[in-house]
Design a protein around this ligand. Structure first.
Ligand code: MG
Ligand code: ZN
Length: 236
């Protein structure tokens, strides 16, 4: 008889309850929240640096960034935004809803349009821990090899968006792009796959996706107000 399975289930159940509370807070504040999951070195923090730089005059973005140790990622991102919270997980290999909730307390959600949660670099257990996010993003990079989508089906299946970074390395690395695309399509036809290169500043598709989704979230919350304004305009 194993006691391990019930314990894991209880942990996940409690996590799901806390995640629901996080989601309510996001909804109330009109914040579009995403959970960014990828391996160490995929370019998650680099993507966020790029994003904060490019969108600083367009939308207000906050970041909760998880790492086992150091504030290096948080320090990098703090150059572009004051809405950054670093979480150190120690031996923990993922963020859970409770950690995110505590980090949220350090942010003024009302000032934000978007909250990006950069999860601990890991393709496995972050997938199981709901953080209350609206969308889950699975991020891969060319340098990891073309077999990673197939090897991590849980992430690919549950992702709302998939990103393949470091496209600039394709000429130098044995990466079968057709095979990677095929694996992704086989697992998840609904999620768009964005092929980008952060170091080359080639990620317009990502910026478009993020701003569109953030806009939808805001207009969902402010639907009433927008209607009032539209009526006022039409009466002018
Ligand atoms: Mg990072
Ligand atoms: Zn973990």
């Amino acid at each position: 008889m194993s006691t391990k399975v019930p314990i894991v289930e209880n942990v996940l159940k409690l996590n799901d309850e806390l995640a629901l509370q996080n989601r309510e807070l996001f909804q109330r504040s009109g914040v579009f929240a995403v959970d960014l999951i990828g391996a160490p070195g995929a370019g998650k923090t680099a993507l966020l640096e790029f994003t904060l730089r490019q969108l600083k005059d367009v939308i207000n973005i906050g970041v909760i960034v998880g790492d086992p140790a150091t504030s290096r990622d948080g320090d990098r991102l703090a150059k572009y935004s004051r809405h950054i919270v670093q979480v150190n997980t120690g031996s923990g290999c993922h963020l859970d809803a409770n950690q995110v909730r505590h980090a949220m307390d350090k942010l003024k959600l009302a000032d934000l349009d978007v909250l990006i949660i950069e999860n601990v670099g890991n393709l496995i257990c972050p997938v199981s821990f709901n953080l209350g996010q609206h969308c889950k993003i699975g991020m891969f990079s060319v340098s990891e090899g073309d077999d990673k989508a197939a090897k991590h089906p849980n992430l690919v299946v549950s992702a709302d968006l998939l990103i393949l970074n470091k496209m600039d390395l394709i000429p130098y690395i044995p990466f079968d792009l057709a095979r990677f695309r095929q694996d992704v399509e086989h697992l998840n036809r609904a999620a768009p796959l964005l092929e980008i290169s952060v170091v080359r500043n080639q990620a317009a598709s990502w910026l478009d996706w993020l701003t569109a989704r953030a806009g939808q979230q805001k207009s969902f919350r402010k639907a009433g107000k927008h209607k009032e304004k539209a009526v006022a305009r039409s009466q002018r």
